[in-house]
Design a protein around this ligand. Structure first.
Ligand code: MG
Length: 116
């Protein structure tokens, strides 16, 4: 089932509610270290697919792209759970971080252009 488009905050709330319902063990559901390890594991699963493509062991076709989408979604899901626990609004955080990066990388680009 595909829900209507939800904001990151709504998705984060939904993820945490799903975890509470599906897993029940609230010591785990509310554990940032647990989700952090899960997040790292899912990044590894995504990286493993990329590694196999790079080594020529896996074709980059529609099936592989689907598998990559599923692993990336696992990464996203754990990020949302962590954001929900820390009450972080990822939309706002993204905009703040983007502004920081824009200033930083614009300055770095200008410095590179001046030195060349
Ligand atoms: Mg996975």
């Amino acid at each position: 089932m595909v829900d209507k488009e939800l904001s990151f905050s709504e998705l984060a709330k939904q993820c945490l509610e799903d975890s509470e319902e599906w897993f029940g063990d609230l010591d785990v559901v509310y554990s940032i270290p647990y989700y952090t390890l899960c997040l790292a594991g899912e990044v590894g699963e995504f990286a493993n697919i990329v590694k196999k493509i790079e080594r020529g062991k896996l074709k980059f076709d529609a099936k592989t792209k689907y598998e990559m989408a599923m692993e990336l979604t696992d990464v996203f899901t754990y990020m949302l759970n962590i954001a929900a626990l820390l009450q972080i609004d990822l939309t706002k955080s993204y905009q703040i971080k983007r502004a920081i990066n824009e200033e930083r990388f614009t300055e770095e680009k200008e410095a590179r252009n001046e030195s060349s």
